[in-house]
Ligand binder design. Structure first.
Ligand code: ADP
Ligand code: MG
Length: 239
């Protein structure tokens, strides 16, 4: 079967420019391609640029230079509106701190990405309920986040990420605030989504979490230090 490349970055560089003339080059030329259906863990020390890379892959931030092709479109050549549209159709996001609106219901949170698409309230609610059920929270649509445990809140965030049927889910340390059992449950859910064909790109500090992935990309000093099988990396005794 022919493989489809969904993400391709070439010589990606990112420099942050601070006031007072200071600057910091965080990504110094990162290149890789990711095929549809892969499950990739991105690791690296704190401050190594993982979130910077994820924000770039998520089109939330633009690189200083380099080429980024997402779902066959060259991101740097898109206007802000076109970029927002590609992002909405292609990507779902999951963050460490869940990023839920605490005063809104679970259904409102999950249907948030549909808000500007001119979809009726009724359809938004129905679609949200389907996703809420999919992540195992049937019956919770009308609750608010503070009535749910951390693991359940992360499931809500996953339901929100899924509402537009994304090709790719980008998850930045999604288990960072969860205990190990809940973390395993959430990773099991990512594994199921990957089995359904969704490409997963996940940042983590934890080897146990990374082991759910197929491929590992390690970032160090702004470049790719390792790119290969997760199992090979940890079997060789790396930490
Ligand atoms: P990681 O996610 O691997 O911990 P980050 O990508 O968050 O790393 O940060 C990499 C480096 O870039 C850090 O030194 C951080 O302080 C710096 N950095 C991140 N975001 C910004 C920003 N918006 N402005 C300036 N520096 C930043
Ligand atoms: Mg980070």
């Amino acid at each position: 079967m022919k493989k489809t490349t969904v993400v391709s970055v070439k010589d990606l560089k990112k420099t942050y420019f601070m006031s007072g003339g200071l600057s910091q080059e965080v990504l110094k030329g990162v290149s890789f391609e990711i095929d549809a259906g892969n499950f990739v863990a991105i690791m690296g020390h704190s401050g190594s640029g993982k979130s910077t890379l994820m924000n770039t892959l998520g089109c939330l931030d633009r690189p200083t230079s380099g080429k980024y092709i997402l779902a066959e479109k060259e991101v740097s050549k898109l206007s802000d509106d076109a970029l927002a549209s590609v992002r909405g159709q292609t990507l779902g996001f999951v963050f460490q701190n869940f990023n839920l609106l605490m005063k809104r219901t679970i259904a409102d949170n999950v249907s948030l990405p549909l808000l500007y698409q001119g979809i009726s309230k009724k359809e938004c609610y129905e679609r949200a309920c389907q996703m809420i059920k999919k992540v195992g929270l049937d019956g919770y649509a009308d609750r608010i986040p503070s009535q749910l445990s951390g693991g359940m809140q992360q499931r809500v965030a996953i339901a929100r990420a899924l509402i537009n049927h994304p090709k790719i889910i980008l998850a930045d340390e999604p288990t960072g605030n969860l205990d190990s059992q809940t973390s395993d449950e959430i990773m099991g859910m990512f594994q199921e989504l990957n089995d359904e064909g969704i490409t997963i790109i996940l940042v983590t500090h934890e080897p146990d979490v990374a082991m759910y992935a197929k491929r590992l990309i390690r970032i160090a000093d702004g470049v790719v230090e390792y790119d290969g099988s997760v199992k090979d990396y940890f079997v060789k005794g790396n930490k």
